[in-house]
Design a protein around this ligand. Structure first.
Ligand SMILES: NC(=O)c1ccc[n+]([C@@H]2O[C@H](COP(=O)([O-])OP(=O)(O)OC[C@H]3O[C@@H](n4cnc5c(N)ncnc54)[C@H](O)[C@@H]3O)[C@@H](O)[C@H]2O)c1
Length: 323
């Protein structure tokens, strides 16, 4: 049984990808520092599900802790799926140190240790935010203007891509960066719009809608993300010459925020109380993923429509929070 290290395993995406690899008969070692950026109870709940599987083991640690990480890597790790990071766009404006520590130092630390222990594949989470505000839609992986981040979060993710590329150039590592586009679904992040809207519509509180609802996002359901990540993992051969690849993981179907609210209202059976607010600094108007590469090279196609995905999310939310 191959051993996979998944960082950020108690987080939204790391949890789902850990479940996926366990289902596919890998041994998964999960690490996470369980920080309190959002409700730790949700992280513990995800963990409590993972640890039911005998092929899963968990170590609470920070990815900057080289000593503990080296102990894990010495157990012969086949591949690393690196999701631990300080996420969030707006939070990065007032809390830069968290991004310096986890997204820059932590990233370099884990990459360096992975190189030292010669892991066969290093797959990490980048972000659609690297495309910034000015690029033409849909966002293609080879777009020329990739270095104009409009906030620190995007800058750290783009830095990860560039640093990883130097490790490929120097050490012939097999590295893949996944540019995720607004991932949503059950066990999702409480700081993201779909979670906040659902919670507040259900409890009849106001929702704050930025940019007067004109934002559009390439919302990608977590089941589609799982499917894409596994196809990429399976199809990417670990060549001795190494590889470096950046792949958009999106749906290719952007949806306007007002449409999201309308679907949620129908699915919940309540009207939203909306407070429209101007566009916030650091926010982009829209994201739209060019998914040609994901489709052609990895045979991916979106399975979950936004309507189905939001209805599933509302039922998960009601069940999980006993409403
Ligand atoms: N969710 C999205 O829509 C989205 C979009 C683009 C990119 N991403 C990226 O995907 C990855 C996963 O995102 P997510 O939505 O699951 O976020 P998340 O916050 O739910 O998960 C991240 C996990 O990493 C852990 N973590 C953070 N810093 C750490 C550190 N220094 N050491 C150990 N653990 C640490 C956190 O405790 C958390 O459980 C992140 O890299 C994020 O930037 C997510």
């Amino acid at each position: 049984m191959k051993k996979i290290l998944i960082t950020g395993c108690a987080g939204f995406i790391g949890f789902h990808i850990s479940q996926l690899f366990l289902e596919k008969n890998f041994k998964v070692i999960g690490v996470d520092n369980l920080n309190n950026y959002y409700d730790v109870k949700l992280k513990n709940k995800r963990l409590s599900i993972l640890i039911r599987n005998k092929n899963f083991s968990f170590k609470k640690l920070d990815i900057n802790n080289s000593v503990k990480l080296k102990k894990i890597f010495s157990q012969k790790i086949y591949a690393v799926l690196h999701f631990a990071a300080q996420a969030g766009v707006r939070y990065s404006i007032d809390n830069p140190y968290s991004y310096f520590s986890s997204n820059l130092l932590g990233f370099c630390n884990i990459l360096q240790i992975a190189k030292y222990y010669k892991v066969k594949k290093f797959i990490f989470a980048s972000s659609s935010s690297i495309y910034g505000e000015k690029n033409t839609l849909p966002f293609n992986e080879n777009i020329s203007d990739q270095d104009n981040p409009i906030q620190l979060y995007a800058a750290t993710k783009r830095s990860n891509e560039i640093i990883a590329r130097s490790y490929f150039n120097l050490f012939k590592m097999n590295i893949i960066g996944l540019r995720f586009f607004t991932v949503y679904g059950n066990f999702g992040r409480p700081d993201m719009a779909i979670f906040k809207f659902t919670k507040n519509i259900i409890s009849e509180k106001k929702i704050e809608v930025y940019n007067y609802g004109r934002h559009f996002r390439d919302f990608t359901h977590i089941e589609d993300v799982k499917n894409a990540v596994f196809k990429i993992f399976k199809k990417s051969k670990d060549s001795s010459n190494g590889r470096y690849e950046i792949i958009n993981v999106g749906s290719g179907r952007p949806v306007n925020l007002n449409t999201i609210i309308q679907i949620l209202e129908k699915s919940i059976g309540k009207k939203a109380k909306i407070k429209y607010i101007k566009k916030q600094i650091g926010d982009v108007k829209g994201t739209f993923s060019d998914v040609k590469k994901l489709k052609k090279k990895f045979g991916f196609s979106q399975q979950i429509s936004i309507k189905e995905g939001l209805e599933n999310f509302v039922s998960w939310y009601k069940q999980n929070y006993k409403i």
